[in-house]
Design a protein around this ligand. Structure first.
Ligand SMILES: Nc1[nH]c(=O)nc2c1ncn2[C@H]1C[C@H](O)[C@@H](COP(=O)(O)OP(=O)(O)OP(=O)(O)O)O1
Length: 170
């Protein structure tokens, strides 16, 4: 397996995701969302989006969670749970440096928005067949509490995984 030369993380589009976590009857659950518009439409994704200029990753995670789900969380309540670089060598403009945050405290009322239909999933029953193929490479480990820096290189179909590796997050 050969991997093309990859651009550095700093040159990738910054994205922040926020994963609310809860327990129901002793079963740990995570909030994901069906993407209804734009990039990745039809896929089950982590809630989040672009980090705006002047905004920290954590601020973007809080803002995007509120915009996409109605849940409001604060900078004190989000925790950096890992980072993932998604490289799309066949479509470099799609490549992104993603910061993963979790939160266990929030307010507001969960609602479907124009962009996302949110849904809770047990950690052991993730909708992997509806997610990006690479999600299996990083999401279960993040949910298990492993803070890692994962690199995913997509294949030329921009969907399947060409290569993936990870190291503990510094
Ligand atoms: N390879 C991949 N694996 C994965 O699991 N999620 C991916 C992915 N590539 C992209 N995503 C998801 C993460 C996130 O939910 C979304 C990227 O953010 P978006 O492009 O949706 O941001 P938007 O353009 O909707 O946000 P804003 O315009 O900033 O509101 O795509």
């Amino acid at each position: 397996m050969t991997v093309p030369d990859l651009p550095t993380r700093e040159t990738l589009t910054p994205i922040a995701l926020c994963f609310p976590l809860r327990e129901r009857d002793g079963v740990p659950e995570v909030l994901l969302g069906l993407k209804k518009t734009g990039f990745g439409v039809g896929r089950m994704v982590g809630l989040g989006g672009h980090v705006e200029p002047g905004e920290s990753d954590a601020q973007a995670a809080c803002r995007e969670l509120a915009e996409e789900s109605g849940l409001t969380t604060s900078l004190e309540d989000v925790n950096l749970a890992g980072v993932v670089d998604f490289h799309f060598p066949a479509r470099p403009a799609w490549s992104m440096a993603t910061a993963l945050f979790t939160t266990r405290r929030w307010g507001g009322t969960l609602r479907e928005t124009a962009e996302i239909a949110p849904e809770w999933f047990a950690h052991q029953q993730l909708p992997v067949e509806r997610m990006w193929a690479d999600a299996e490479h990083w999401l279960p480990r993040m949910l298990a509490g492993e803070r890692r820096h994962t690199v995913v290189v997509l294949a030329d179909d921009n969907a399947t995984v060409r290569a993936s590796w990870s190291v503990p997050l510094d």
